[in-house]
Write a new protein. Structure first.
Length: 168
């Protein structure tokens, strides 16, 4: 394939993906009243399980509580971002639950509900190392939305061996 053909294909794909993402975002936004929609919460939960593998509590009940707390703090984190960032996140979280977003951006063939932690982790690694700026940017956004809320919560400190802030 010639370089010019490859560039045209890449630009055309980006335009189609952006248009599809915009259409999906208009139908069902990823953020509703500044909070993650139900499909967006599922995506972020599965992403968090993969990104935080090894740092989440081993006990199922404790892990569930930790993930629920993370999702609540993620809502607060997103609410603290500028409106322009919230609009972009709403588009991202509107697109990722769809088959086109899951396969096209994340590279995950299994549904979010049925994918294993290893499959999601492998797909995220593919996004991180992709040569496509859109995929890398989406990965970095997901990374920040998972890690900042998780590591700010007290339930993550014990797993990491952090005793907590010292009294001043």
């Amino acid at each position: 394939m010639q370089r010019r053909t490859l560039l045209k294909l890449g630009i055309g794909s980006a335009i189609v993906l952006a248009a599809a993402g915009g259409a999906v975002a208009l139908l069902q936004p990823g953020l509703v009243k500044g909070k993650l929609s139900a499909p967006a919460r599922l995506v972020l939960r599965r992403v968090a399980q993969a990104m935080l593998a090894g740092t989440l509590p081993a006990d199922a009940a404790a892990q569930e509580a930790s993930l629920l707390a993370l999702l609540d703090r993620a809502d607060d984190f997103i609410a603290g971002t500028p409106q322009s960032v919230q609009a972009e996140l709403s588009q991202l979280f509107a697109l990722l639950p769809t088959m086109a977003g899951r396969r096209g951006i994340v590279g995950l063939s299994a549904t979010w509900e049925s994918a294993t932690v290893a499959e999601v982790g492998e797909a995220l690694q593919g996004m991180r190392t992709s040569g496509t700026a859109l995929k890398q940017q989406a990965y970095l956004g997901l990374h920040d939305i998972v890690c900042a809320p998780y590591f700010s919560g007290e339930e993550s400190w014990a797993v990491l061996g952090y005793p907590g802030p010292t009294a001043v």
